[in-house]
Design a binder for this molecule. Structure first.
Ligand code: PLP
Length: 367
């Protein structure tokens, strides 16, 4: 059996280090705030070349908090990607604003040529998503934001430490919003998230808002929420932070190996890598013919796969009220029945990839 993602194999390699810090957090009772969180925030900010990092409870909260602290409110519109996880859009609705979707380009990032048509007087921000582990066309999104005076909030839940040109995704906009969901390229042992920003004032606002609007204990200058990265997760992430570059390199090599093996398979389109971009394959998604049959065939041969995403955001039931038609986001609509995510994690072996590709070719041999 080849798992879609194997977290245990990675855990085993650093088990001793993790057990040690977990024990330390318990002995220090540093469960909420404290030095483990501060250390992680400082290390993460330094590593990503950002002035501030604020740990929060999860990646969805990170987006909601930034939108809220930038003053986005009911009646405003925020543009985001049509093919993403629901959090990218849900965060917008959660603060009372309207999500406005844009279709994807050939790299599955937001199609920058389609953004300007969606801008009107209510538009306040763009949330570009760096989907699958590589940057979207972020400089172009930045240009558009500048031209129209919009905020840019990067959804970096899938692109930890992936650079565009010589700059990390998450540091192009007003803020970058990370998720540390366990399967992410940098994953916690539970939920976790962080916001990075070079804007000191915004960082301060975020810290206050995410901690019940308080500047110090019981001094609440505003109402906020409780959204914190706990000490245990921060300590675990701090250990993993030392290894994330190595893991990203392994993902990159695994993705390129898949690409080379699949290049002669006419039924499969393997993922392209954007110029100036590093691809760290959070997800290795192929576009393929007879997707559902292939998925069943792989399953019957012990290969787990995933679909990212089976229903593009505009077509989810919760957005029925927006009354989108299939032609509004033709790429996302078409590809929701063609994309298949193959097993991908840092320790996947060449033999495993060879075996998966052999099965894929065997499946298509009858057509
Ligand atoms: C693109 C994207 N944005 C946001 C999120 C939300 O992160 P979390 O699950 O930590 O709330 C995810 C998580 O899967 C994601 O993939």
């Amino acid at each position: 059996m080849i798992k879609f993602i194997d977290l245990l194999v990675q855990h085993k390699q650093i088990e001793y280090e993790l057990n040690t810090v977990i024990q330390q957090v318990i002995e220090d009772s540093a469960f909420v705030y404290g030095k483990y969180l501060t250390d992680f925030e400082n290390n993460f900010a330094e590593k990503i070349w950002a002035k501030n990092c604020i740990g929060v409870a999860n990646g969805t909260d990170a987006l909601i908090i930034v939108l809220k602290c930038l003053g986005i409110k009911q009646g405003d519109e925020v543009i985001t990607a049509a093919n993403s996880f629901i959090a990218s859009a849900e965060a917008i609705s959660n603060i009372g604003a309207k999500p406005v979707f844009v279709d994807h380009d050939k790299y599955y990032g937001i199609n920058v040529d389609l953004i300007e048509k969606k801008i009107n007087k209510n538009t306040k921000a763009i949330i570009p998503v760096h989907l699958y582990g590589q940057s979207c066309d972020i400089e172009k999104v930045q240009e558009i934001c500048k031209k129209y005076g919009l905020y840019m909030i990067e959804d970096t839940a899938q692109s930890h430490f992936a650079k565009y040109k010589n700059k990390y995704t998450g540091t192009y906009g007003n803020a970058g919003c990370f998720s540390f969901y366990p399967s992410k390229n940098l994953g916690a042992m539970g939920d976790g998230g962080a916001i990075v920003t070079n804007d000191d004032k915004l960082a301060e606002k975020i810290r206050i808002y995410a901690n019940h609007g308080s500047v110090s204990k019981y001094q609440h200058i505003t109402e906020g929420i409780n959204s914190r990265l706990d000490g245990m997760q921060a300590a675990i992430l701090n250990v993993k932070l030392k290894y994330v570059d190595k893991w990203n390199r392994q993902r990159n090599l695994a993705g390129l190996f898949y690409n080379s093996l699949l290049s002669d398979c006419e039924f499969v389109e393997s993922p392209d890598i954007r110029k100036y971009s590093e691809h760290f394959f959070h997800i290795y998604a192929i576009k393929c013919k007879k997707r559902d049959e292939l998925q069943m065939f792989l399953k019957s041969n012990g290969i787990q796969t995933g679909i990212h995403y089976p229903i593009a955001l505009p077509y989810l039931q919760c957005y029925d009220y927006l009354q989108h038609k299939s032609e509004d986001f033709s790429q996302s609509f078409k590809n929701q029945s063609k994309l298949l995510s193959l097993p991908m994690y840092p320790d996947i072996t060449q033999e495993q990839i060879l075996h998966i590709v052999k099965l894929i070719k065997e499946f298509y041999a009858k057509y």
